[in-house]
Design a protein around this ligand. Structure first.
Ligand SMILES: Cc1ncc(COP(=O)(O)O)c(C=O)c1O
Length: 399
């Protein structure tokens, strides 16, 4: 067989990620191992996905059980796991009905479609607009990258989807424009994750909620990163005293198994009818087995309590680091979604931390994002502190 040398040198995986030089092959709890057997403390949780740590036994059991019975069947038939998971999500949120899909972008896409249908068919208004916020991140499909308030995500993808308008985040004065725009919906993150771990201001969210109610605008929260306990409650909105009309979730919902969902109040859900939206894989028996086991465990165990206790302990450690290293300017976030604002290149810190067996993330050029599993222990946080301090010390020495 002739081998084409030029082609053989090109990675068969398309170049959409700048990857670290690490190949992970195994995970358990808060740890992962590479192909040389090196152990790393994983404070990324697969980017807020393995919220119960890697391969949690309770989820593994339920997925293995489902593996013996039925992996997939079409949504043309009833799927018991899907129905039970929907019921659990409804019982533990302010929503009434759930649409299942496979990822965060698809959950937001479903929310955007629902908002348009709601405006066109229920409210009867023309050309419905969805308002989103600067620095937001909502996904990589054409509609969700258009919803994303960051030019770098949109570059080169024109024509973008019509019908989106951006307002500054946490800016109460800018909300006057909202009423003039008469949008179908507002879509926001309650902590902007990818945009730099920026929590929403509580008064601003309350004002936004009030305006949405007064002007029949759907309030849609993107809880893809903040949901499933990441910020200390099952959903972040619970901490803001609001009841959104639409909630999008994914990441932590399947403990690493791909699944997304869009939860809506009945008022908004009326926008959809059989045929308006769908997904081949969405909510299949295997994915919803993982989702059902995850939500059941999350509400029945003391995981959220642990997340809150560990969040406080981690804050103390980060505060201590801030007092020691002058280049740390701010600690922000909610629950176990933490950001360290640094006057250094955050990516360089993340790269150097790998050498100290620690995996962490960036959120923009100057923010280190720290996402331990919600099951993290005090000892693991101590180990994290040691590794990160060692990393900072070597950077200070110019190593
Ligand atoms: C807030 C938010 N929305 C949407 C998405 C997109 O999710 P996915 O990558 O599963 O499509 C992400 C992913 O990072 C996110 O953090």
């Amino acid at each position: 067989m002739t081998v084409n040398n030029t082609i053989s040198q090109i990675s068969p995986v398309m170049s959409t990620y700048g990857r670290f030089p690490v190949t992970l092959v195994k995970g358990k709890g808060s740890y992962v191992w590479d192909d040389n057997g090196t152990k790393f403390l994983d404070f990324t949780s697969g980017i807020a996905t393995c919220n119960l740590g890697h391969i949690p036994d309770v989820i593994k059991e339920k997925v293995e059980e489902q593996l013996q019975n039925l992996w997939h069947c079409s949504n043309l038939y009833h799927i018991p796991n899907q129905e039970q998971l929907a019921a659990m999500l409804v019982e533990n949120s302010c929503g009434d009905q759930v649409f299942f899909c496979n990822s965060g972008a698809e959950a937001n896409e479903a929310g955007i479609k629902l908002a348009r249908r709601y405006a066109n068919k229920v409210k009867g208004t023309g050309s419905p607009v969805v308002v989103t916020f600067q620095q937001s991140f909502h996904g990589r499909t054409i509609a969700t990258l258009t919803a994303t308030g960051q030019e770098k995500i949109q570059q080169g993808f024109s024509p973008l989807a019509p019908g989106f308008h951006y307002l500054p985040y946490n800016d109460t004065n800018a909300l006057d424009e909202l009423i003039e725009l008469k949008p179908a919906a507002v879509l926001l993150e309650l902590v902007q994750g990818e945009g730099g771990v920026i929590p929403a201001n509580s008064d601003w969210v309350k004002k936004l909620d009030l305006l949405c109610k007064q002007h029949d605008i759907l309030l849609m929260v993107d809880e893809i990163q903040t949901g499933i306990g990441r910020t200390g409650t099952l959903f972040a909105y619970e901490q803001f005293g609001i009841e959104p009309d639409v909630i999008s979730i994914a990441k932590g919902l399947g403990s690493g198994f791909p699944i997304g969902a869009m939860i809506a109040k009945e008022k908004a859900a009326k926008g959809f009818e059989p045929g308006s939206h769908g997904s081949t894989f969405g909510g299949n028996p295997l994915a919803t087995a993982a989702g059902l086991a995850t939500i059941t465990y999350m509400v029945e165990s003391d995981t959220l309590e642990n997340a809150n206790t560990m969040s406080e302990y981690l804050d103390q450690q980060l505060q201590h680091m801030k007092n020691t290293f002058t280049f740390i300017k701010e600690i922000r976030g909610k629950g176990l979604l933490k950001g360290l604002v640094v006057e250094l290149d955050a990516l360089n810190i993340v790269q150097k931390a790998i050498g100290n067996n620690l995996l962490i993330l960036t959120a923009g050029p100057n923010v280190i994002r720290i996402l331990p599993p919600l099951t993290v222990t005090k000892e693991e946080i101590d180990e994290f502190t040691k590794s990160l301090e060692k990393t900072f010390q070597s950077i200070e020495k110019g190593e």
